[in-house]
Design a protein around this ligand. Structure first.
Ligand code: TMP
Length: 308
């Protein structure tokens, strides 16, 4: 019986994997869609993770790079030091056996050390531009069209990342050749001197396990693509007043990105990029919609069209 049930689970998983999208409770999803549509676009905001959510997990046959992973400081010694930190800390980040409090301390340590090395190793803005130009990174198909549609409808998008804001914004410039007035990046932001050398990081560090503490930043008005306040968001209202949320993430921790908003309705969309058989159950319980196999953003585009 155990073998049969394992076999049935395997069949179910492979069927779901082939079908690319899993919705555990279609009726609940339909109800959420109807409530959001009835409330109107002025109540809606999108909160998205960046790496592996807006960007492809696989890019031209290779693993897509993250905003941290693509960075070449132009200083081989420091690149190697950051790689050593990655090799040590990343297994701890994803280890299922370390309690979250302990992991949080370890992640604080990792981010602090990496940020320190970036400053000490003399990172320049020019090195960021070159790193992005050389990077294996690309947006999922349909992301541009999704952003254009949301901009047209004056729906704000908050991109929430434990990566590096300056790099994410450079990826937008180089890969999309444009910025969007409705997009705000909440991430670790660098401060450069007049020669273009990194001297400090602004504000509190955002790492993978404290993203939700920074949700409060979303209550601030939308910034322009360089992080400058423009005084209001696209509708002259604050993002926190938008109580219907479309959340896009690729990790279970990404669900915490909406903690700062007391929302009425939330549709959570998860991109399950790896360990599909092991994680599908948890993902399909936590997210309303789960996309598999490095799916495009067209499904989300169609969903948003239904909501507006
Ligand atoms: P996020 O993109 O989901 O917000 O998470 C950021 C990722 O960055 C996280 O999985 C760990 C990774 N990272 C690096 O690759 N190199 C680093 O130096 C640091 C601090 C994080």
């Amino acid at each position: 019986a155990v073998v049969r049930s394992l076999y049935q689970r395997r069949c179910l998983c492979s069927k779901m994997a082939m079908s690319q999208v899993v919705v555990r409770e279609p009726d609940l999803l339909d109800r959420k869609k109807a409530s959001i549509r009835n409330a109107g676009t002025s109540k809606l905001q999108v909160i998205a993770d960046f790496d592996g959510t807006l960007t492809k997990y696989w890019c031209n046959g290779a693993r897509g790079q993250t905003s941290h992973g693509l960075l070449q400081q132009g200083n081989a010694e420091y690149d190697a030091k950051r790689q050593m930190l990655y090799d040590y800390y990343h297994p701890l980040e994803i280890s299922p056996s370390i309690p979250i409090e302990e992991k949080t301390k370890l992640m604080e340590e990792w981010w602090e050390k990496t940020h320190g090395l970036l400053i000490e190793g003399g990172l320049t803005y020019d090195a960021i531009k070159k790193s992005v130009a050389d990077a294996t990174i690309s947006f999922r198909d349909g992301v541009v069209q999704l952003f254009e549609f949301l901009e047209e409808k004056d729906i704000p998008v908050v991109i929430f990342s434990a990566g590096l804001a300056d790099i994410i914004e450079e990826v937008f410039r180089q890969k999309l050749h444009r910025s969007f007035k409705n997009i705000k990046v909440v991430s670790n932001r660098m401060q450069f001197d007049e020669r273009g050398c990194l001297v400090a990081f602004k504000g509190k560090t955002i790492h993978v396990f404290n993203k939700n503490e920074h949700a409060i930043d979303m209550a601030a008005p939308i910034h322009d693509e360089f992080g400058n306040l423009d005084g209001s968001d696209v509708n002259g209202t604050f993002v926190k007043d938008r109580t219907n949320i479309l959340l896009l993430g690729d990790g279970l921790g990404d669900l915490g990105m909406s903690d700062g908003v007391s929302f009425e309705n939330r549709i959570a969309v998860g991109f399950l990029n790896s360990n599909i058989e092991k994680s599908l159950k948890d993902y399909s319980e936590a997210f309303d919609i789960v996309y598999l196999n490095d799916a495009s953003m067209w499904g989300v585009f169609n969903l948003v069209s239904e909501l507006c």
